[in-house]
Design a protein around this ligand. Structure first.
Ligand code: HEM
Ligand SMILES: *[C@@H]1O[C@H](CO)[C@@H](O)[C@H](O)[C@H]1NC(C)=O
Ligand SMILES: *[C@@H]1O[C@H](CO)[C@@H](O)[C@H](O)[C@H]1NC(C)=O
Length: 321
């Protein structure tokens, strides 16, 4: 049959097939480094492991680093860049300044990975792998990380400040629309918010909720006000999950059911609105939460990666080559 096709059809088929391959090679894949750096992933894991065993919170910080990278112009490692004479970077932008942690761990991972496989594994991918490894080390689900992201040659202070990263005062509709703008559903948003089952927030982030909102447990409000006065103590930390602050579990959602969310944006997920039922589901079914969380992390990792010949593979994560 095929031999009776006119020649032009054969030509079209060949071109379409080649285009298909072209775009497929521009996609991320879980085995991207399996030939070029077979020990790369275990090198990342060993550094994350030692950082988290020194300080459990570092697992939370590395998870958040990935979120703040991906939501500002895609998962391209731009958050890691220090300011230069040609751009002001993202580290000093409002949502990151005095708040995002873990840059030094990423730099350590990179230097180990570079000595094993120079110029192969991008900083953007290291952040994605470190986030997964952190979740696993703290008792959460695992997933296969899609890889092949390349590193941005620039970063944007103004984009990081432009409201793509949700502030803790966000309403449910604010959260839904900010995640939707990144191609993430409301279900993804609720699952990813379950990240707040680990880590800490500063008083300045939770003060509006503990002083101004009525949807908060009164004993919990008093306790948190004790370490977060109205006019001082902006940097005083409190755990995002009061039950099990260093375990990746579904306790975050159980807290919400008893009005013990720390941030306004947390309690918004269980405040008489459309996401109440999902919060209940996650609080009763840790397996459903874990599997939705893993899928949502993979989706978040797909936000606007640089691939193919775009960007570069940085030698040092805080500097362009
Ligand atoms: C849904 C919207 C979200 C809002 C409004 C939000 C807001 C915040 C705020 C205000 C803090 C505390 C920062 C500080 O006071 O220094 C925080 C911490 C944290 N966030 Fe979120 N976040 C959101 C979603 C996410 C997502 C999607 C992830 C990860 C996938 C994440 C992971 C974390 C982690 C792990 C911490 C603790 C970090 C540490 O202890 O170093 N958050 N978040
Ligand atoms: C949230 O949405 C309201 C109403 O659309 C808007 O006025 C407000 O600026 C938004 N807030 C944030 C933090 O995005
Ligand atoms: C509480 O709300 C008032 C009125 O909107 C505002 O002026 C004040 O700054 C808020 N306080 C906190 C701690 O957010």
């Amino acid at each position: 049959m095929a031999s009776h096709h006119p020649i032009w059809i054969t030509v079209v088929i060949v071109f379409v097939t080649a285009l298909g391959w072209g775009s497929a090679s521009a996609q991320l894949s879980t085995n991207f480094y399996s030939k070029s750096c077979p020990n790369g992933l275990s090198t990342v894991k060993s550094v994350v492991q030692s950082a988290v065993s020194k300080e459990r919170r570092m697992g939370a910080s590395l998870l958040r680093l990935f979120f703040h990278d991906c939501f500002v112009n895609g998962c391209d490692g731009s958050i890691l860049l220090d300011d230069t004479s040609s751009f002001q970077g993202e580290k000093t932008a409002g949502p990151n300044s005095n708040s995002v942690r873990g840059y030094n761990v990423i730099d350590q991972i990179k230097s180990k990975v570079e000595s094993a496989c120079p110029g192969v594994i991008s900083c953007a991918d290291i952040v994605a792998i470190a986030a997964r490894d952190s979740v696993v080390l703290l008792g959460g689900p695992s997933w296969e990380v899609k890889l092949g992201r390349r590193d941005a040659r620039t970063a944007s202070f103004s984009l990081a400040n432009s409201g793509a990263l949700p502030p803790p005062t966000s309403t449910l509709s604010n959260l839904t629309s900010l995640f939707q703008a990144q191609g993430l559903s409301t279900r993804d948003m609720v699952a990813l918010s379950g990240s707040h089952t680990i880590g800490q927030a500063r008083c300045t982030s939770f003060r509006p909720h503990i002083y101004n909102d009525s949807n908060i447990d009164s004993a919990f409000r008093k306790t948190r006000q004790g370490q977060c006065p109205f006019g001082s103590g902006d940097n005083n930390p409190a755990p995002l999950d009061l039950r099990s602050p260093t375990a990746f579990d579904n306790a975050y959602f159980k807290n919400l059911l008893s009005n013990k969310g720390l941030l306004r944006s947390d309690q918004e997920l269980f405040n008489g609105g459309s996401t109440d039922s999902l919060v209940k589901t996650y609080s009763n079914n840790p397996k459903t939460f874990n599997s939705d969380f893993a899928s949502a992390m993979i989706k978040m990792g797909d936000i606007k990666p640089l691939t193919g010949s775009q960007g570069e593979i940085r030698k040092i994560c805080s500097k362009v080559n």
